[in-house]
Ligand binder design. Structure first.
Ligand SMILES: [Zn+2]
Ligand SMILES: [Zn+2]
Length: 492
């Protein structure tokens, strides 16, 4: 994607000796974050770049002496990522054997998952003994998540061209021939019609690269182009090396409305065509290691993968933590994205209970109302279980103040592209009776008062409200809502 043109001034590296401010601790195991609905959580990254992308590693990946690769592995270990879907650009990726795109090496074993057909690198070198899977993939106009083979082309140039296209036929080939999920990156700069017609199975509901890039901010997100860079500037030129680099995000993190607007537009387009309104979206860091090469007070570059990938992580709900289950959950939209630099959520859940059916539905699932029944007759209650912040997320001396949490539930009706807030509460779980068709999703935002010490001397930043969790959707669909249209039933 576009290079950060406005960043030139930041590239003057300030070379004072670092006083090695302590880093934030490794993220906790997902086993410590709860087991909603009797299942388990998995941490998943999608859309990030290895040294096999031209714009990774300060745009000189060919000069990487292993540091850029190692930083990526460290990020997977420290953030305890279960599965990372790499998305490399075609220029280098298309000419690299697919096995090498798993980053295989002495510290990464090449494995093949028989259930999912996924070709994986398994990171076996984490200091904290975590094991992380890496799935190779592609970012052209469309992303291919988890490719098990390269697709054929007569020559190298042909393959690069092949990988850069977008069409429903191409998305289908990515799925049926390469075994990948076809996903839309950077939806902020594409129309709903384009996204729909490209045949992808889902999109991004947040992209960190877009939030930081002045050009994308200006042209697609309707945000002041340089505001995020102003926030980073203080950390890039930190003369006393006493700012905590891991608090940098408090100066720019926000969830631009454009992402959700685009998601809603695609959903309504699908609805108008008789397709399911349940269309999954996940968060993406799109981490490259070329935005902010300056060294932070922890001795690491400001945009080191560990810092950037932690900012937006996907918590995926699975019945078992295997590559095939995780892949299936990504495809269905089972789970939520978490801005985990703010802290790890413990006990989070979003679900829909039907008393008459005796069933519970989670994000990514669709309740199809039987033809002979009405929605009120199903006794539907939507619940957001308020999470708490994992205790180590504060990890500062003394007792930290508790963060404040705002829970909101949004409803998107068939025929609409604008959601309404159905329910809202501070610092408590919410339940709401459901009587209307459409999709429902939840957000939890946070005033991270527990980070006041970390944020010093900008402690007032910790008194602002930040996005923390955004769920995928639960759909309630009436039989009569799609007259005369063949309906594709969702499994589960
Ligand atoms: Zn990007
Ligand atoms: Zn990218």
């Amino acid at each position: 994607m576009q290079v950060l043109h406005g960043i030139g001034i930041l590239s003057l590296v300030w070379s004072w000796p670092a006083c090695q401010n302590a880093r934030i601790a490794d993220l906790p195991s997902v086993d410590d974050l709860g087991a909603p609905r009797g299942g388990a959580l998995a941490r998943v990254l999608l859309h990030l770049h290895s040294p096999f992308s031209w714009d990774a590693c300060d745009q000189k990946p060919e000069l990487d002496r292993g540091e850029c690769r190692q930083n990526l592995l460290d990020a997977l270990c420290e953030n305890r990522i279960d599965l990372a879907f790499l998305t490399d650009h075609p220029d280098r990726m298309a000419s690299t054997p697919i096995e090498d795109l798993t980053l295989r090496g002495p510290d990464v074993d090449l494995v093949s998952d028989s259930n999912s057909g996924l070709l994986l690198g398994e990171v076996s070198s984490c200091r904290n003994t975590h094991r992380s899977w890496i799935a190779p993939g592609l970012e052209g106009t469309v992303m291919g998540l988890g490719m098990s083979i390269h697709l054929d082309s007569a020559d190298q140039t042909g393959r690069e061209e092949l990988y850069s296209q977008s069409s429903a036929e191409w998305a289908q080939r990515l799925q049926s021939e390469a075994g990948a999920l076809a996903w839309m990156p950077h939806p902020e700069s594409k129309s709903a019609q384009f996204i729909h017609d490209s045949g992808v199975q889902g999109l991004e509901s947040f992209n960190l690269h877009a939030l930081l890039d002045p050009e994308i901010r200006h042209s697609s997100l309707r945000l002041a182009p340089l505001d995020s860079l102003f926030g980073v500037l203080g950390f890039a030129f930190d003369p006393f090396f006493d700012l905590n680099s891991d608090s940098m995000f408090l100066h720019f993190l926000q969830a631009p409305a454009r992402f959700i607007e685009r998601w809603n537009e695609v959903i309504e387009l699908r609805n108008s065509l008789g397709e399911s309104m349940n269309f999954p979206a996940w968060g993406a860091s799109d981490s490259h290691e070329y935005l902010f090469p300056q060294t932070g007070s922890d001795g690491r570059r400001l945009d080191v993968h560990a810092r950037m990938t932690r900012l937006v992580v996907n918590h995926v709900w699975v019945t078992e933590r295997t590559p095939s289950s995780i892949r299936q959950a990504i495809q269905e939209g089972s789970g939520w994205l978490v801005f985990e630099s703010l802290g790890s959520p413990v006990g989070m859940d979003f679900s829909l209970q039907s008393t008459t059916q005796g069933q519970t539905y989670g994000p990514g699932q669709t309740l199809e109302v039987p033809a002979e029944q009405s929605i009120p007759g199903l006794g539907l209650t939507l619940t957001v279980t308020l999470p708490r912040v994992y205790r180590e997320s504060t990890q500062r001396e003394g007792r930290a103040e508790a963060p404040r949490l705002r829970v909101r539930v949004f409803h998107l009706s068939p025929g609409q592209t604008t959601e309404v807030v159905l329910q809202e509460a501070w610092d408590e779980s919410v339940s709401e009776t459901i009587t209307l068709p459409g999709t429902y999703r939840a957000e939890v935002s946070m005033i991270p008062r527990h980070l006041r010490g970390v944020a010093a001397p900008y402690s007032e930043r910790a008194l602002l409200e930040f996005p923390w969790i955004q769920t995928n959707r639960i759909e309630v669909r009436e039989a009569s809502s799609l007259p005369g249209v063949m309906r594709t039933r969702r499994r589960r």
